[in-house]
Design a protein around this ligand. Structure first.
Ligand SMILES: C[S@@+](CC[C@H](N)C(=O)[O-])C[C@H]1O[C@@H](n2cnc3c(N)ncnc32)[C@H](O)[C@@H]1O
Length: 229
């Protein structure tokens, strides 16, 4: 099957630089800190961490630092060209993972939820592949304070408008230096995000909000367990 051109194909190199050294690097440090808190150390001998929407593999080192073996899944060949330099990867849709049910001890989805039109379907799919007792770590832009509905020109005093309720993909942004103005972003309000976790049968065990000093949070993350019984 020929995959359609994915949104990130044309900007993969820009994206890798944006995270590593560009305007996104401070944000990436907050994401890395959230991951370090939410991802437990691997069992003796390690285990697979399925990194859904892995992109260029920006957080592979943080996953390995906890003892896990990352395996990435992403739709974009452009992103995977960089991602496969740092881990085994497969091109697939996150709503139809080419993975056996109840086989994976840990799955992450880092900054992926605003890139898919139906993130509840992704969480449901992750719930399918997790083994009983397995853990899902979600890290994303903060659904209340980051999006086309939020003017973050002053990070300490952002303005949120009623566009919060709009769930379609939007490209408009207070800045021309970010990701959204290049590839767009879908919006899933907070209740929709949390209800998707409930619907997938997962149980949230920890949450993180992060921001620069004195600023309104721009990261929201959680760890959720698939009950053993
Ligand atoms: C903002 S990037 C995040 C990449 C990486 N996790 C990181 O934090 O650097 C979002 C990624 O989601 C991928 N993506 C979008 N829709 C997808 C889908 N339906 N299935 C798998 N990956 C998808 C994009 O190709 C892109 O690489």
């Amino acid at each position: 099957m020929v995959m359609p051109l994915a949104a990130y194909d044309a900007i993969a190199d820009w994206y890798a630089d944006y995270i590593a050294a560009g305007a996104g690097s401070a944000y990436a440090q907050r994401v890395t800190a959230a991951l370090a808190r939410l991802l437990p150390p691997a069992e003796p001998g390690g285990g697979t961490c399925l990194d859904v929407c892995c992109g260029t593999g920006a957080y592979v080192a943080a996953i390995r630092a906890r003892g896990w073996r990352p395996v990435g899944v992403d739709l974009s060949q452009g992103q995977l060209r960089r991602g496969r330099e740092v881990m085994p990867v497969v091109q697939a849709d996150a709503t139809a993972l080419p993975v056996r049910s109840t086989s994976v001890p840990v799955a992450t989805c880092i900054l992926g939820h605003s890139d898919v039109p139906d993130y509840p379907a992704v969480i449901h799919e992750i719930g399918r592949v997790l083994r009983p007792g397995g853990l899902f770590v979600h890290i994303g832009i903060h659904p209340c304070f980051t999006g086309a509905f939020a003017d973050r020109s002053d990070p300490a005093r952002i303005i949120v408008d009623g566009g919060y309720h709009r769930t379609e993909r939007r490209f408009d942004s207070f800045t021309t230096q970010g990701v959204r103005n290049r590839v767009g972003a879908w919006h899933l309000p907070l209740a929709g995000l949390l209800n998707a976790v409930v619907a997938a049968g997962l149980r949230i065990v920890d949450t993180v909000e992060a921001s620069p000093q004195d600023a309104v949070p721009d990261v929201f993350a959680f760890a959720a367990v698939k009950p053993a019984h």
